[in-house]
Design a binder for this molecule. Structure first.
Ligand SMILES: NC(=O)c1ccc[n+]([C@@H]2O[C@H](COP(=O)([O-])OP(=O)(O)OC[C@H]3O[C@@H](n4cnc5c(N)ncnc54)[C@H](OP(=O)(O)O)[C@@H]3O)[C@@H](O)[C@H]2O)c1
Length: 227
């Protein structure tokens, strides 16, 4: 059994990743609230990744870091502190976790790190300045750590388009908003957390042993096609 540390498995994409992986892996979850799912293979720690000390754990082979933000507004309306807060949760939190457990990963086989970016680092969209800045840093981290930690630890990210989770609930507030989002995507869909969790499952598996340093668009065509 692989031992997987997931940050943010209580909700959204992280919750779905736990559902996908729990029967075949030992999972440790860190989040501020307790996941609804309980399972013999799941251990939960109530932790705020930015504020709390991270516990010592043994034998971790995979880190999946899910916390992130979608704060959208014109640049003039963002305070500098809001930029800093988005950077903290998207970037500094992941670095804190990676630094803490890097020696665990170095001892493991099929070790990998999976982070989350966004399509907004590839496709210019109004009001996305803060999230684009933070997630572009995630893309840079993936590239540089992929090189630095090769060959023992693979590092990748998924860059999803809008996904039906709590985080995106303001943008998907009613049927009209959902229909409009679906219509904007060439594949005429938005993402379900399952779409993202299945890609996460692949990227941390041995089937992806030749893949590192990459950020993958999971974009329903919105970055890839103009049709
Ligand atoms: N949803 C989208 O449309 C979308 C699009 C593009 C990119 N993404 C990216 O995909 C990733 C996952 O998104 P999501 O929609 O699943 O987000 P979500 O629904 O907000 O879930 C985030 C998870 O992170 C945990 N978390 C947040 N802050 C934390 C903290 N300080 N300490 C510990 N845990 C914390 C949350 O649990 P607690 O609240 O219990 O702490 C929750 O389990 C994010 O990085 C996001 O930026 C999402």
């Amino acid at each position: 059994m692989n031992k997987i540390l997931i940050i943010g498995g209580s909700k959204g994409i992280g919750r779905q990743i736990i559902n996908e992986l729990i029967s075949d892996n030992e999972i440790i979850n860190y989040s501020r609230t307790v996941p609804e799912i309980s399972h013999a293979n799941l251990t939960h720690f109530t932790i705020d990744v930015l504020k709390d000390d991270l516990p010592e754990i043994k034998d971790v082979s995979t880190i999946i870091y899910c916390p992130g933000s979608i704060n959208l507004k014109p640049i003039g309306r963002f305070s500098l502190d809001e930029f800093r807060e988005d950077f903290e949760i998207n970037v500094i939190g992941s670095i804190k976790v990676i630094q803490k457990y890097i020696s665990n990963l170095k001892r493991a086989t099929n070790a990998s790190i999976l982070l989350f970016s966004t399509v907004a680092t590839k496709l210019g969209m109004p009001y996305h300045s803060s999230v684009a800045v933070s997630k572009s840093a995630v893309d840079g981290l993936v590239k540089t750590l992929g090189a630095e930690l090769a060959p023992g630890i693979r590092v990748n990210a998924i860059a999803p388009t809008i996904t039906n989770t709590d985080l995106a609930s303001k943008l998907l507030r009613n049927e009209k908003a959902i229909d409009s989002m679906v219509e904007r995507h060439p594949l005429k869909k938005i993402l379900d957390p399952k779409d993202v969790a299945k890609m996460a499952k692949f990227l941390i598996s041995e089937d992806a042993s030749a893949i590192s340093g990459q950020t993958f668009n999971l974009d329903a065509g919105i970055v890839s096609f103009k049709i």
